[in-house]
Write a protein that binds this ligand. Structure first.
Ligand SMILES: *Cc1c(COP(=O)(O)O)cnc(C)c1O
Length: 415
């Protein structure tokens, strides 16, 4: 489902005219479609309905409270990686008994707070973390559910920065060590081994790496059963890709479920998945306005008011986002590098894009709903963008544009 469609020659978000939206809220501005987020969540839910399933949305993909609240109302669980994300889930009215806490370096204060809040499960990533959790739960005399994040040593063909399931990665524990570690967990009076988890990478467009990962993780579950350790859930992580380019072929939710089916069949296991990008990615875009056109002997530049501090993915991962003019024009098309005002040669949003634009034109940078605003920074003392959620013909400002006062509110000049 693409909620962003042209009507005549003007781009709409659901039934909202994006030109009017930009005039109302300014640019740069992230725009999310409520309908698309709901659709994407429900697509997972219905594809996986054969099994007891909890969809633990990966909060880091887009952590706006309005997005979390929307998913909470749909019954989602949440995968958090920091206490900040956990407090967001609480604030958004999420069900904390459906929260799993991932992350390689959980601080003691974060663990304590999560224990007090009463989350579903800690996804443990090392024996050092296990020792820390064991000590804290004993001291607080609170029981904790744990799952071991195993590293199945699978190479998903994705960008190396978003590949997480190889031996050389910092994530999880080597799957060969898992049996021993589960036996250690059994010795801990305040820890209950309830699950096993993995997450091999992000933006996966092929099912084969998932297949290999499932073979290994369900193989481990069998080995655990054989020594009398019976888990309640298997958490297969996130990672399902989305369509950034016309050529991206995305496996359907049903195809993904089919790969899982033979593994889940005849097991008394709850299934957890942790999708992030696949729920919010294509449900969002970034609106930006062309400040200047600059034609040089080598290139044409569209200098826009959004930059790498607003959307880091092109600079960080060489990610490709479709860019289109909000007002389709029948004027001359030229090829532009779409670049921001930040003082870095790596500050670009797209290169060599055919566009019919002029100064003042509005551009939409598509599929920016995941890992967009959440990675925004204040580099170059730029205030962070506004965020708007649309539903039908309604638009809600769900995050005000940051003010310059907020930029330096925490800074102190010594006497
Ligand atoms: C980032 C992350 C996810 C979500 O990944 P997507 O590719 O956005 O689905 C899920 N689980 C863990 C542990 C993660 O770190």
């Amino acid at each position: 489902m693409n909620p962003f469609q042209y009507r005549d020659s003007l781009l709409f978000a659901e039934d909202v005219n994006l030109q009017e939206l930009a005039n109302a809220y300014g640019t740069p501005c992230y725009v999310y479609s409520k309908g698309a987020i709901e659709h994407n969540y429900r697509a997972f839910a219905s594809a996986l309905q054969e099994w007891p399933t909890c969809i633990c949305y990966a909060v880091k993909a887009n952590s706006n409270l309005a997005v979390l609240s929307l998913l909470a109302k749909l019954g989602a669980g949440f995968d958090v990686v920091s206490i900040g994300e956990l407090e967001r889930v609480v604030r958004a009215g999420g069900d904390v008994s459906k929260v799993v806490f991932s992350g390689v370096a959980k601080r003691s204060d974060e663990i304590r707070r999560a224990l007090v809040i009463g989350i579903h499960c800690f996804n443990i990533e090392s024996t050092a973390e296990l020792q820390r959790l064991d000590a804290i739960t004993r001291e607080m005399d609170i029981q904790a559910n744990v799952s071991l994040r195993v590293n199945p040593d699978v190479n998903p063909t994705t960008h190396p920065y978003i590949s997480t399931g190889l031996k050389e990665n910092k994530f999880g524990v080597d799957i060969e060590l898992a049996l021993d570690i589960y036996q250690r967990i059994e010795q801990c009076s305040h820890l209950n081994a309830v699950g096993v988890d993995c997450h091999i990478g992000s933006q996966l467009l092929e099912l084969a790496p998932f297949q290999t990962c499932f073979e290994r993780i369900f193989g481990l579950i069998d080995q655990l059963n054989a020594i009398g350790i019976v888990l309640q859930h298997v958490d297969v992580g996130g990672g399902l890709g989305i369509r950034y380019t016309q050529d991206d072929q995305v496996p359907s939710h049903a195809d993904y479920a089919q790969v899982l089916a033979p593994f889940m069949r005849d097991r008394k296991l709850e299934l957890l998945i942790e999708p992030g990008r696949a729920i919010v990615g294509e449900a969002g875009l970034l609106l930006t306005r062309v400040e200047h056109i600059k034609n040089t002997s080598a290139k044409n530049f569209a200098l826009v008011d959004a930059a790498m501090n607003d959307l880091l993915r092109p600079s960080l991962y060489s990610a490709w986002h479709e860019i289109s003019a909000v007002q389709k024009s029948y004027g001359a098309t030229a090829t532009y590098d779409v670049v921001g005002p930040v003082c870095e040669a790596g500050d670009f949003l797209g290169k060599d894009r055919p566009l019919a634009i002029q100064e003042g034109s509005l551009l939409a940078i598509h599929a920016a709903g995941a890992y967009g605003f959440v990675m925004a920074s204040n580099y170059n003392s730029r205030a962070r963008a506004a965020e708007v959620l649309v539903e039908g013909d309604q638009a809600w400002l769900v995050r005000k544009r940051e003010t310059l006062g907020q930029l330096f509110a925490n800074e102190i000049i010594p006497d």
